[in-house]
Design a protein around this ligand. Structure first.
Ligand code: G3I
Length: 305
């Protein structure tokens, strides 16, 4: 097939991108979006600060615009994200303990209910583990509200929208030997053994020369999948250019296609100029919307599956 979405669909997978609502009036951007992708993630518009700027006052305008666009184009949507230590509105940043717990669960319930039946998956909890070698939870106001905050969020999401897939999403969880990867693995294993609802694990997969595609990446994907969850590459970008970057994209896509339960890949933006990275060229299209070598290697890897 000749587009990313159609090529991924040949093996039953999706190929998605992060979308920013304020770019839906950019015709070059929208042209590529509609042509190439079958899944979208709101880059910022479904985060807590965007959807609940004042406590119990919900704001869905930009997020709904993205969902409407996706639906009109026959694309599906991954929700991102219900509970996170970052991008909290000011009122939540100042909360702690049981008041924060209640506010967080109310947020999960309200937002998941608003989108009930409309989304493919939710990143219920984002980035809850610490970097480094500790394998510990990340310190945050949410973590200090009690170690069971993550499962409480997943249970609330399931209650609000029984059909949506519930994912745990994190970065630096690509290398199987990394303490953070092992810690997330043990949490998912524990959730599955105790019947805490969880359907998928998202590996963000932001790669750069300091944090390259690990040689054991496929082992990480297959190990999570063996726990009985889907695995998705949720925020892929790879710093670099030319044939080296193209080879890295090819490795990531091939690793996913080698794992039956790796059922979708999302890149974190369309053109290099859309990337969250202030400088750099980590995406599949250049600033003018032209296909890069990384696009071709990605497409070829999808078609080889
Ligand atoms: O919209 C405001 C604008 O009104 C204001 O003038 C401007 C001034 O700073 O800020 C704008 O908001 C920025 C927003 O992006 C939209 O551009 C925020 O400051 C900025 O913090 C925000 O950055 C986002 C970041 O998450 C926030 O945590 C990036 O776009 C987004 O790509 C990035 O995405 C994260 C994932 O959610 C989780 N994983 C890592 C990934 C990359 O950091």
């Amino acid at each position: 097939a000749t587009t990313l979405g159609a090529s991924a669909a040949q093996t039953g997978r999706y190929f998605g991108t992060a979308v920013a609502a304020n770019k839906l009036s950019d015709s070059t951007y929208v042209g590529i979006l509609n042509r190439e992708f079958t899944m979208v993630t709101a880059e910022n518009e479904m985060k807590i600060d965007a959807t609940e700027p004042n406590q119990n006052q919900f704001s869905y305008g930009n997020a709904d615009r993205i969902v409407s666009h996706a639906k009109a184009q026959g694309m599906r949507v991954r929700g991102h994200t219900l509970a996170w230590h970052s991008q909290q509105p000011g009122w939540m940043q100042n909360m702690e303990g049981s008041a924060l717990r209640s506010a967080m669960l109310n947020h999960v319930t309200q937002v998941a209910t608003h989108y009930k039946g409309q989304l493919y998956a939710w990143d219920v909890v984002n980035e809850a583990f610490a970097d480094g070698s500790s394998g510990a939870r990340r310190d945050s106001n949410l973590q200090r509200s009690g170690n069971d905050w993550i499962e409480a969020a997943f249970r609330a999401a399931r209650a609000a929208d029984p059909a949506v897939k519930l994912c745990y999403n994190d970065y630096n969880t690509d290398d199987w030997s990394h303490a953070k990867t092992q810690a997330v693995y043990r949490m998912v294993q524990d959730f599955k053994s105790r019947g805490v609802p969880i359907d998928c694990v998202g590996l963000q997969s932001h790669f750069n020369p300091q944090s390259p595609v690990p040689s054991n990446y496929q082992t990480t994907l297959s190990s999570f999948a063996a726990l009985g969850v889907d695995v998705q590459i949720t925020e892929l970008d790879i710093e670099g250019s030319g044939s080296a970057q193209a080879a890295n994209y090819q490795r990531v896509v091939s690793a996913c296609l080698a794992v039956a339960r790796c059922n979708g890949i999302t890149v974190w933006g369309i053109r290099d100029t859309d990337s969250w990275r202030a400088s750099g060229t980590p995406l599949l299209f250049d600033g003018s919307g032209n296909k890069k070598a990384a696009y071709t290697s990605t497409l070829n890897a999808l078609n080889a599956g």
